[in-house]
Design a protein around this ligand. Structure first.
Ligand code: NDP
Length: 258
């Protein structure tokens, strides 16, 4: 079998949090193209249903849409139960849901701080933990967490200390889980995207005015597109990455190189 064929995901069962739109939707589309069955998991159930239907119609795979707030352990566990009941097993978890708040540190309330940490870091832990339990029982699986280049650098000029701290936490969490589960055949990796054109950036009133500035700072002179994250995730999800665990993959157009 050739390498491209080996990279296919036919029959794999995958869930994607924050899968209704943006990076999650784009990566879910790539998983679907590669032959996997996909559960779209999101707080926005209307959008999740639309995305799940689109993937089913376009790629002839099985899909489901599940409303879940990743900060709620009961909802996360119920979501995993639904995926396993519907698909029969779980091969890949893409723990991707996240938000950003741009607030100066000295003005940030406890609630604002907590919301970002709860979704971006605790949400990834709860989702990866629930997925890991099933994968350990099954004898293996692959977990991909979305960190950010903000785990590696402090973005400027916007103030986003809670986001940066949450994403640095995602990378260290990823490495910790990779070590704990290495002997159980459960691989855990993260991706660290640079600025990517999605709702989170393009339609955020606080971030949108900064795009020109970011593009001036970017070695490639532009933001990334969600589809530019697809191939790394297909690789991490599949059976050609069996020696890859505990790694973080920067996909940032060299933004963090200087
Ligand atoms: P989007 O805002 O476009 O999509 C995020 C999705 O996650 C939305 O559908 C959102 O629903 C959902 N979501 C938010 N909170 C929760 C929750 N508590 N439980 C379940 N789902 C939730 O973001 P992106 O696609 O841009 O970002 C995806 C990931 O990539 C995030 O972790 C982000 O931090 C990370 N990232 C993004 C970068 C970028 O430049 N865009 C760069 C680096 C990392 P709703 O809209 O209803 O809130």
């Amino acid at each position: 079998m050739g390498i491209i064929e080996k990279m296919r995901l036919d029959g794999k069962k995958i869930f994607v949090t924050g899968g209704a739109r943006g990076i999650g939707k784009s990566v879910a589309t790539a998983f679907a193209e590669a032959g996997a069955d996909i559960a779209i998991v999101d707080v926005d159930i209307e959008e999740a249903r639309k995305t799940a239907q689109e993937l089913k119609d376009q790629h002839g795979i099985s899909t489901m849409a599940i409303q879940t707030d990743v900060t709620n352990p009961e909802q996360v566990n119920a979501m995993i139960d639904q995926v396993v009941a519907g698909f029969g097993r779980l091969d890949v978890a893409f723990c991707n849901a996240g938000i950003c708040m741009n607030i100066p540190a000295e003005e940030m309330t406890y609630e604002q701080w907590k919301k970002v940490i709860d979704i971006n870091l605790t949400g990834v832990f709860l989702t990866a933990q629930a997925a890991g339990k099933i994968m350990i029982q099954q004898g293996g699986g692959s977990i991909i967490n979305t960190a950010s280049m903000s785990a590696h650098i402090v973005n400027v000029p916007q103030p986003q200390c809670s986001y940066n701290a949450s994403k640095a936490g995602v990378i260290q969490l990823t490495k910790s889980l990779a070590i704990e589960w290495a002997g159980k055949n459960v691989r855990v990796n993260s991706i660290s995207p640079g600025y990517i054109g999605t709702e989170l950036t393009l339609n955020s009133p606080s971030l949108k005015p900064l795009i020109e500035k970011w593009n001036e700072m970017a070695p490639l002179g532009r933001m990334g597109r969600p589809e530019e994250l697809q191939s790394i995730c297909v690789y991490l999800a599949g059976d050609t990455s069996t020696f890859t665990t505990g790694s973080d993959f920067l996909v940032d157009g060299a933004f963090t190189c200087f």
